[in-house]
Structures are given as C-alpha cells and as structure tokens.
Ligand binder design. Sequence first.
Ligand code: ADP
Ligand code: MN
Ligand code: MN
Ligand code: MN
Length: 375
Amino acid sequence: MASVSVSSCLNKAVHQQYMSLPQGGKCQVTYIWIDGTGEGLRNKTRTLDEEPKSIDDIPEWNFDGSSTYQAEGSNSDMYLIPVCMFRDPFTFDPNKLVLCEVLKYNRLPSVYCLETNHRASCNKVMEKIKEHSMWFGMEQEYTLLGIDKYPFGWPANGYPPPQGPYYCGVGADNAYGRDIVECHYKACLYAGIKICGSNAEVMPSQWEFQVGPCEGIEMGDHLWVARFLLHRVCEDFGVVATLDPKPMEGNWNGAGCHTNVSTKQMREEGGLQYIEQAIEKLSKRHLEHIKVYDPRGGQDNMRRLTGHHETSSINDFSAGVANRGSSVRIPRQVGHEKKGYFEDRRPAANCDPYAVTKAIASTCLLDSQEEEESE
Ligand code: ADP
Ligand code: MN
Ligand code: MN
Ligand code: MN
C-alpha cells in the first residue's frame, strides 16, 4: 500500500495503551482556526485545569501568524478568539475542540494574505436578519486521495470503470473508502456537529456529507469543524481529503457545496412566493456570487461549472424545479407543497461557508443601505 502515509502505519495498539491513561482531572482543549490560504485548517492544544462549561470559560490564545500565511515575521502574533465549542471525538470527554476567529495585533479581523476571517462580517449580516430565522443546509462533497495525490483506490496508472454505479453505491467495486465516511459521521455526532446525512457520490472515491439545518452563523461554524474532523479522520487512515472542485479532468464529476436556504416565511404556507422573490434577487447578482463561491474569485469553480456533469454554466444564472443543471434548484417536493427551501448549486466544494451564507443572506434580505453598514 504505497499510497498511505507513514504515520498511519505506526503501531495503533501501542497508541491505544497511552490514550486510555487517566488524565489527572485536567482538560485538553484543541484550538482550531482557518489559515491564510482561506482553506487550510490549523490547530494546537493546551491544558486547562477544569472542564470548560461553555465557550465563555475558554481563554483567548495566540499563535505565530508568519507560519500560517497570516502575518509578517516582524509583527506576527495573532489572537485566537474562541467562538464555538465541541466535544473532542479523538481524545473523548472532557476534552474539547474549539473553533476560533483570528484577529491581528490591532484586534481587527485577519486580512493579511487573503481575507480569511470572513466570520466577523458574516456574523454582522446574520445579526441584522435574525428576525427572518434563515436556515442553511450545506452538502459538502469531497474526494479521497492517496498521499500520491491520486484518487484513493484508483488503479495506479489508469482509471476505474466509467461513472454510473458509484452514486449511493454499495460493494467493494463501487464504494471506495467507506471506513472513512463512517468514522467521520460518528465523530461528527459525538462532537455535536449538526450532520444530517452522507452518501457516496458519482465519481468513485468521491463522497458527500450534509450539515444542517443550521441558523445563521452556526452554518459556517459547524461546517468548518466538520471539515476539520474529516481531515483528522483521514489522517488516521493515512489518506487525504481534497475539497478541490474538479480533482480529475475529463468525464468525471466535480465537487460542490450545494447550499440549501430557507426563511421562516418560505417555510410557512404559501412560502413559494418568497422563494421566487429570493431567486429573482439572486439572478441579478450572479457574477458577484460566483466571485465569493470559491477562494479564488471564481477561478476554481471555472473548472467545475461547465454546464456538464450536473452543473450549470459559470456565466449564466438559471433556476428550475427539480433541475440539477441549473444554478438554483427548487426541490420537486417544495414545488409541490408550495413552501420549503431552495438550493444554490453554485458554491464550490472549497468555498468558505461564511462568505457563501453572508452573500445569500445579504442579497436576499438586506436593502443596499443595510448592506453598506455591514461591510
Ligand atoms: P440533494 O437532493 O440536493 O442531494 P441532500 O439530501 O444531500 O439534497 O441535502 C439536503 C440539505 O438541505 C441538507 O443539508 C439539509 O440540512 C438541508 N435542508 C433541509 N430542509 C431545509 C430547510 N428548510 N432550509 C434550509 N436547508 C434545509
Ligand atoms: Mn446531496
Ligand atoms: Mn452531491
Ligand atoms: Mn444537492
């Protein structure tokens, strides 16, 4: 097995012996943050004397931003501001995982290399639209790779049989790497992530999990930690999860992060008219949304949104009931019941969920003056 990492080949029985030692009443807290690439996640761990009961019991911390593409060496101390706490599925209770926002030396959101702290501005918009109870559900697609960067389980110098049997498939010839999917699902549930499902995708070694419904800022928080858990579980198995929106060129599906959206009005009787209003607003801002639906201003999504493989063209906006070739889809059942939610199919798998949910909330629910105030 040349394509799995060396650390996954270490003796796991020995590891287990130490992991089951009592920890003297102390609590390990792992701080997690988004690095300067806007995609990478970093983490480090410290000991607290007592188990924190809520996020308010977790102290601020700091790190060296010059090693994460977030600051220059001469002024590199960055603040970690805890925002959301989960149980740690790797070292178990009472230990915690804590998602953090990154602030720079002047305590403003980190914007050094790329603007990577989108949470602060997302949160402002979500506070403004609170009365609408906007719910999101995101479908995170990803692809498993060996450490040779080639899809996990694909023949070394070739390709598996063409797409067809893999989506929701079962059997050794159809499902590549289910162990990882199952472990990640359980890890999310243990941690307290609002994971609501998973399935095998159209391309072999491609999978999806769904998180939601989550209200407001919770969407980004839960999806980012679910991604951390995915990378961490993959590490244990010695493989890599990539969120690249088009990992394999040719007749292979890409990977998206479909974003499902509803407001209180849309969910109530006759809500379809509010869904149609929102879609009308989205149609007028197609390119602005494409710019924030991947970390490179649309460049990554260009490889994916071709109009083929269940995608729409990157250049045009389209919408339709049950149409998986459109930018925005109204699920068949929603068209039928005349209430529910809509699905924005454009976000790439490597999108920042804070940037995506902020753009949708702001386009659909804010007027132009309110938008300016929240910049
Ligand atoms: P698809 O048919 O597009 O593959 P999935 O079952 O994978 O759909 O995902 C459906 C997503 O829609 C889930 O993330 C779920 O949380 C979300 N969802 C369901 N109801 C709502 C709602 N009322 N508002 C927002 N999101 C919702
Ligand atoms: Mn799905
Ligand atoms: Mn899918
Ligand atoms: Mn979908």
